[in-house]
Design a protein around this ligand. Structure first.
Ligand code: FES
Length: 116
């Protein structure tokens, strides 16, 4: 069964700015995820570091490094490629964020859970 869900309007997801968090209660009480925009496209991942099972953002929605070129875990500074989720720096180098299928159409960003 397809489980598609609208996350936000396209206009509220700005290039390399704050990400939009959302919860996935059907997958667990504390399971959260986020979507960010990078080089024009939206990317969604589970909000869990590949190093330890903690959320990436201390300040809600802050996923990008100061230079806005990588996603960063606030706990120990692991950095991830925004478009692949691969960790390129930090304690979990070589691992990756768990992606979620994301779609943008008619000014709306949505995710599909059955493709993960
Ligand atoms: S928990 Fe994310 S880098 Fe350690």
């Amino acid at each position: 069964m397809s489980n598609q869900r609208i996350i936000c309007k396209s206009e509220s997801l700005l290039e390399r700015e704050k990400g939009v968090r959302f919860n996935l209660p059907e997958l667990g009480e504390r399971v959260s995820a986020f979507v960010i925009r990078f080089n024009g496209k939206p990317y969604a991942y589970f909000n869990q570091c590949a190093h330890l099972p903690v959320e990436l953002d201390w300040n809600e929605g802050d996923f990008f490094t100061r230079e806005q070129d990588y996603l960063i875990c606030a706990t120990h500074g692991a950095q991830y490629e925004p478009h692949t989720g691969h960790c390129v720096l930090g304690p979990c180098q070589g691992k990756r964020l768990r992606p979620i299928l994301v779609n943008e159409q008619d000014g709306v960003i949505s995710i599909t859970l059955d493709e993960i």
